[in-house]
Design a protein around this ligand. Sequence first.
Ligand SMILES: NC(=O)c1ccc[n+]([C@@H]2O[C@H](COP(=O)([O-])OP(=O)(O)OC[C@H]3O[C@@H](n4cnc5c(N)ncnc54)[C@H](OP(=O)(O)O)[C@@H]3O)[C@@H](O)[C@H]2O)c1
Length: 223
Amino acid sequence: MKGNKRPYIILSAAMTIDGKIASKTGDIEISDEEDWMAVHKLRTEVDAIMVGKSSIIQDNPKLHIKFYDHKGYYRIVLDSTLSIPIESNVVRYNPEIYPTIIATTENASMERIREFESNNIEVIKSGTGSRVDIIKLMPILYKKGIRRILLEGGGNLNWSFIRDNIVDEIRIFIAPWIVGGKDAVSLVEGEGFAKMIESPRYSLINVTNRNNYVILKYRKMKR
Ligand SMILES: NC(=O)c1ccc[n+]([C@@H]2O[C@H](COP(=O)([O-])OP(=O)(O)OC[C@H]3O[C@@H](n4cnc5c(N)ncnc54)[C@H](OP(=O)(O)O)[C@@H]3O)[C@@H](O)[C@H]2O)c1
């Protein structure tokens, strides 16, 4: 259907053997330099990079591209209540190269919307629920010319995309250690499926290993 076209979604994450993308204290030192370079290369191949608001609040990433020439891209943050600080790097750091969009809900305060807009942030309202409606959001982003999105987590945002079965490709870097902890964020959080049969299926398209690290690439199976 013409009006419902959506961007291609690539989920990218670095995790431990036990599937944790951060330790219980929020330590995210998982990737090595070579992996960072590969992730930054991947960033040059997409129109936007997307993260959940907790990743912004906890890590304050710039979500920029190092190591390679590029023409910039959108940074997209999902924040239902517009609660990320205005001083965040996604707001302040190089907005002319990396324009930032915050996707929120119809319930977000007008005052906060104006505050972000006056800081050159585009605010898109999607859905009336407690969280951003990603199914409604996708065609809006597509209409803006965004064809490929790199979804860089965290675990709760990953769950929404997996639940709605709109992750087309997955790239996982696995570090050879185990960090454990029920409060350490996993690759996919959220409610989870009751049965294996409900979960989206993927074909393994590539496996690379070096220095005890493993990089896995999967593509969505058509069922
Ligand atoms: N190793 C890696 O590759 C990697 C990559 C990224 C992040 N991380 C780590 O992951 C951790 C954060 O993960 P997290 O799971 O706590 O948080 P998250 O996924 O970054 O953000 C989740 C928040 O986004 C907001 N949100 C808005 N709409 C949403 C929707 N439709 N679906 C899901 N969330 C939505 C919600 O807050 P509101 O309801 O308040 O809007 C939700 O609580 C951090 O420690 C970060 O360092 C690791």
